[in-house]
Design a protein around this ligand. Sequence first.
Ligand code: BES
Ligand code: ZN
Ligand code: ZN
Length: 497
Amino acid sequence: MDVRFEDSIDVMKDLVVLGMFQEDEDTCYKFLNTVFAKELQEALALGIFKKTFGELYSTKFAGFGYRRVLVLALGAKEDMSLERLRRLLAKAVTYTKLYTLESFSTNILSLVESTGKFSAEALGMAAAEGIFLSNYSFKKYMQPTPETTEKEIHTITLTWMKEKEAVQKGFFQGKIISECTNFAKDLVNEPPMLMTPAFLEKVAEDIAEDKRIKLRVLDKKDLEEKGFGAFLGVSKGSEHAPKLLILEYYGSDEGPTTALVGKGITFDTGGYNLKPTGSMETMKCDMGGAAAVLASIKCAAALGIQKKIIGVAPVCENAVSGTAYKPGDILLAYNKKSIEVTNTDAEGRLILADAIAYVEEKYTPDVLIDLATLTGACVVALGSSISGIISTDKELQNALQKAGEESYDRVWPLPFLEEYKESMKGTISDLKNTATVGYGAGMITAAVFLSSFVSRAKWAHVDIAGPAFLLEGKEYLQKGATGTGVRLLSYYFLSHS
Ligand code: BES
Ligand code: ZN
Ligand code: ZN
């Protein structure tokens, strides 16, 4: 797809998309064509078109090169935001595809710029995200019929009357972030029969083609030798051997080290505490944290982030078989703490426990961020629009919350409560993997469990169980995988490198 910044609308495109601020109704497009201005006025008077944000009105009138006109209501100027810009451009992309058109030209970007509220770079970034995130689809397993084969958009022109360098720089970054987010979506959307630990290792190998990235893989034998008892316990029921994937990104040799740890359960049946029908169907998304970590390392390299970042993904399947772990088993974690398995469905914290303890010992990171589709409790608390965050470091939490607001890959804080440690203490072991029955606060107790494996890093736990996988598409996100975490981390790195 070719995207260009031009001084004015290109009427030779298939579709012309015109923005209209609520305040500008009278002055807006009279200059363009009186017939059209009249039509728009009538549509507004009749209520066919409304001025509230996101409303659209489409028409076609003769005389120009384009095949259609789409008017998009931008809402009030003071309510304009970068997220609104993403959504507006996503609407333009979706509309273009719906009518199998191949190009559009729009003045929306320069109209948003005229509010004076945003930098050129931020506008370029958000514009790219709106375009490339909404342009995603996962159709590789569908027979190519005229209905399923989407027409690709060839060209988009965005009006921009000022110096183009900054907007283009932002756009370039936004395009990289979107492509890496879409890459993560691809990984999560793959069926679990294919998305095995070995498959993800291949993916990591491809990412490590970049010479600033080094891949280290600990396979089953290494894990046994090194004592990853919790991780191995979870993986025991599966045909597919576990892998600990480590991508070391050296964007800088000096300065602080950031570690990212992503939950990589390629499918979560629940184990012997089997998930019921209705809860299991989407569980291929349980490697969404690992996908986000791998994609974020790829993204950091493409953006040229000048930082040392270690991406770690413990990857295995939580399956049921004669060899699977059972409630009552006691696992010895990497840091020598013993854990009684009180529920085989609370497997994510077990694999993260070992990965976190290992990364702490091996890399002594200054900052450690884990991302995991960890608890249904987080989904109950926050739904699918926002991830939960629990951190023992206010500054880190604030920085991630800010990155979340800006990227709109948002996180909402829940407290870390020391007193809940009691609920995770074992009776015949150091710890148990679920809280005492009826305790509540499932997302917090999960984080409290994980904290036993963090030693010196500033740590934040991000529970992405809600937003990682959607049952319905919305705005620029499709039904299915969303790539949650990639935009959050990329924005965080851009403001912290
Ligand atoms: N993978 C699930 C959490 C999940 C739920 C992810 C919904 C995405 C959407 C996790 O492994 C799990 O099953 N957690 C249990 C923990 C419980 C047994 C303490 C849960 O949340 O029910
Ligand atoms: Zn589970
Ligand atoms: Zn799980």
